[in-house]
Ligand binder design. Structure first.
Ligand SMILES: N[C@@H](CCC(=O)N[C@@H](CS)C(=O)NCC(=O)O)C(=O)O
Length: 285
């Protein structure tokens, strides 16, 4: 659980927020994952959009809430929680019904979610290369400077190394873009993951067996983003493809992933052309 300490937080007004508040961005995969979870649980929440393309997350007010500068953030009765998977596990304890982490599987699910989160920068690499494809550096120097300078730089009272990882990611992107080599390496990691998930889904309807769980939410969000990037699910992982289509048709998912699908489709040809080659060509799939 990553609940921030009072000393991590500079934007003090959030400490007075009652009930469930979420700081998030429409097109952020981690925010989508949390919103699908909230939809399925039927938890009422108040929305605070943070505009990532405008780098609002790198401004002092947001870094004063999450020193890591990432969305989503949950504020529940004045307590600030960061990290999407920790937020979901926290909410599961506070709002147990309907269950999306099966009883007795909390530790196993935590490890599996951690594994999913470890691939987040690979997802970001493929998103920026094939979906967003910005013409210049994804984070302008001024935004990065504001990011480096802003916030306490601590999480739970300790210097936050995760922030340094983020800084290095954006500095490298500004220098070399998202090269074929990096994109290929990231795509191959996902291929190994989805090969394994495909085997599971050949035998069972959901990733944990007979019922929907947070793992289905987390991996559907990845699969959805990757399909926008041009990852050939139907050809490489037919069971994952069928499972994803089934989930996308559920209203709690459709609300979050339908919109982005429409938007990306509108820009797809231009963005793909800008990106140069397709994911299939770059990864050799
Ligand atoms: N491990 C974090 C990752 C959060 C993350 O990287 N969020 C992205 C959006 S999906 C973000 O805030 N990116 C900042 C940016 O693009 O400037 C979590 O699961 O919450």
């Amino acid at each position: 659980m990553v609940q921030l300490l009072d000393s991590d937080i500079r934007t003090r007004d959030v400490l007075g927020w009652k009930d469930v508040h979420v700081l998030h961005f429409a097109g952020s995969s981690c925010s989508q994952k949390l919103r699908v979870y909230l939809n399925l649980k039927g938890i009422p929440w108040q929305s605070h959009p943070v505009d990532l393309p405008k780098n609002e997350n790198m401004q002092p007010w947001f870094l004063g809430i999450n020193p890591r500068g990432l969305v989503p953030v949950l504020v529940h009765d004045g307590a600030v929680h960061i990290e999407s998977n920790d937020i979901i596990q926290y909410l599961e304890r506070k709002f147990p019904a309907p269950r999306l982490i099966p009883e007795g599987y909390q530790t196993e699910v935590a490890a599996l979610l951690k594994h999913e989160d470890d691939l987040h920068l690979d997802l970001r690499t493929l998103s920026f290369r094939f979906v967003f494809a910005p013409p210049g550096p994804p984070k302008p120097a001024a935004a990065l400077e504001s990011y480096i300078a802003g916030g306490t730089g601590t999480v739970r009272g300790a210097v936050d190394h995760e922030k340094q990882i983020q800084i290095e990611f954006w500095q490298r992107a500004a220098k070399e873009g998202f090269t074929d080599e990096r994109a290929r390496a990231s795509a191959l990691k996902f291929r190994a993951e989805f090969d394994a998930l495909d085997k599971k889904l050949a035998r069972q309807p959901y990733l944990m067996g007979e019922s929907l769980s947070v793992l289905d939410i987390a991996w559907l969000i990845y699969a959805h983003r990757l399909s926008l990037a041009g990852y050939p699910f139907a050809r490489l992982h037919p069971h994952v493809h069928a499972w994803a289509e089934k989930l996308r048709a559920m209203p709690e998912f459709a609300k979050e992933v339908g919109q982005l699908r429409h938007k990306a489709a509108a820009h797809d040809p231009a963005r793909r052309a800008e990106a140069g080659k397709t994911l299939e060509a770059v990864a050799g799939f």
